[in-house]
Design a protein around this ligand. Structure first.
Ligand code: SF4
Ligand code: ZN
Length: 326
């Protein structure tokens, strides 16, 4: 077997054929930059915040968007959220910080401890004591999204770039179809989130058309230092269940994930027109975007919240946040 574009030994087999390492890397990069242009994910005037966990997806997107931002002379910074999972996220964020420092990228790390008064373990325990039935991962995701939006905004970002890829999007689409509703699907797409509130920073996904397998290979070929081991707190989630089934269907019927995503894109304009146009009021306690009078974070953490730890923000680069952006 040969690479589709040259005679070298292939490293990956895609629907259109096999590719060698260097042809694959060029193909991947072209696809990512084309996604930015096609969906107008951001303009040269935007301040870009790359949400970076230190995993393969976010490190790959940071690597590529940093190159683009340098070329376009625009401000980009990496933002990591440390949920307090020792031996896991702290290690990943160390890798992210070394990559940023080696490449002159402004970076910030915001901790749950600094913002909510504890890591995810103690916070979840306190929530359970207070009678909330939220799972640890659901609480973690809720708090992470909140910190990401408020911290990116506090640091001046006008776009949050995430490492979500095609697998993530196809899984989310099916999850919304099976258990969610059309209003949740209306928030999906290459530019996503609950638009309709001035405090909300739009989230964009340059890896939208890249599969998990392609991104893992790209991260390896680009020699990005990433930890592949999962979080020790990871629970058997509905997403993991859907991901497993979808992988099995993809193995039998290649192209299924791509079809799910293109079908979503086909109906997205209709969904957005129907469900995503209305203005979202702010939470009466914290002012963050919330459809209900009190947002989920204030409802869940309200009584069990401890005072924030002022040492919880670590930054390096052109600008520093003032205190803990919330
Ligand atoms: Fe948080 Fe769960 Fe992810 Fe661990 S696996 S980082 S606890 S959401
Ligand atoms: Zn609130």
């Amino acid at each position: 077997m040969h690479c589709l574009s040259c005679d070298k030994k292939p490293v990956i087999s895609l629907q259109q054929g096999t590719l060698c390492p260097s042809c694959f890397a060029s193909y991947f990069e072209r696809k990512v930059y084309a996604t930015v242009r096609k969906h107008r994910l951001f303009s040269k005037r935007d301040v870009l915040c790359v949400a970076c966990s230190g995993g393969k997806d976010s490190m790959s997107v940071l690597h590529l968007m940093h190159r683009l931002a340098l070329k376009q002379r625009q401000r980009l910074f990496a933002l990591g959220i440390d949920e307090g999972v020792e031996g896991y996220r702290d290690r990943q964020l160390e890798d992210m910080a070394s990559y940023c420092d080696a490449n002159g990228i402004e970076r910030h790390i915001i901790t749950f401890a600094g913002s909510f008064g504890g890591g995810i373990g103690p916070l979840h325990a306190r929530c359970k004591e207070a009678g909330h039935s939220v799972s640890r991962c659901a609480l973690c995701g809720l708090l992470r999204r909140r910190l990401l939006n408020s911290s990116a905004r506090g640091l001046g970002a006008t776009r949050i770039i995430t490492g979500h890829n095609m697998d993530d999007e196809a899984q989310t689409m099916l999850m919304n179809l099976f258990r969610g509703g059309p209003e949740l699907a209306a928030r999906m797409g290459p530019v996503s989130g609950a638009a309709g509130h001035g405090a909300f920073v739009p989230r964009v996904k340059p890896l939208y058309y890249c599969t998990d397998k392609e991104t893992a290979l790209y991260a390896r070929l680009a020699k990005l230092r990433v930890m592949m081991r999962p979080c020790p707190y990871r629970e058997r989630s509905y997403r993991a269940y859907v991901a497993e089934k979808l992988d099995a269907i993809e193995a039998d019927f290649p192209g299924t994930k791509s079809t799910v995503v293109s079908n979503l894109l086909g109906i997205l304009p209709l969904l957005k027109r129907e469900y995503a146009g209305s203005a979202i009021p702010g939470c009466r306690l914290c002012g963050e975007p919330s459809k209900k009078g009190t947002c989920a974070v204030c409802r869940i953490l309200g009584a069990s919240r401890s005072p924030p730890d002022p040492s919880g923000t670590r930054s390096r680069g052109r600008s520093r946040p003032t205190g803990n952006p919330r």
